[in-house]
Design a protein around this ligand. Structure first.
Ligand SMILES: [Fe+2]
Length: 142
């Protein structure tokens, strides 16, 4: 599956789209490392980056959904919490056993499938909310 950004991933927020692209870049970096036989070497750094970055990204995105009264806000929070527990489980397996090829491949597949499904299924619902919330003063009005 080619893992490239296209218009189907846009959320209506330049900042959230930028953060999503950075997440895509991590999967692309892992993909190319695996193709060069270096997945095992790179996976630790990628997991380190993701562990910090997704927490910030999720917080930014959840705040924006709250501010724009997006109906997908609760589902988004739940999906993020579920992803964080999946991440923690993969991370602990990596910490215990190292980056065996099968685990590197599994992490790559989990990340790429989750990002594509989650962004298209939930995050893109921001588009309609951001449109309705502008100008920002409208956010305060029920
Ligand atoms: Fe999200």
């Amino acid at each position: 599956m080619p893992f490239v950004w296209d218009a189907s991933f846009t959320t209506g927020s330049t900042e959230i789209d930028r953060q999503h692209r950075r997440l895509f870049e991590q999967v692309a970096a892992l993909d190319s490392a695996m193709k060069q036989g270096k997945g095992r070497q790179e996976i630790g750094a990628i997991l380190d980056f993701l562990g910090e970055y997704v927490v910030k990204h999720f917080a930014d995105e959840e705040r924006l959904m709250e501010e724009t009264r997006c109906p997908a806000a609760a589902a988004n929070q739940q999906a993020h919490a579920k992803f964080l527990s999946t991440y923690a489980e993969l991370r602990s397996r990596f910490d215990r056993a190292g980056g065996a090829a099968a685990l590197v491949l599994e992490i790559h597949d989990v990340l790429s499938k989750w990002l594509v499904g989650h962004i298209r299924g939930i995050d893109t619902r921001l588009r309609e909310c951001i449109g309705k919330a502008a100008p920002s003063a409208a956010c305060a009005v029920r």
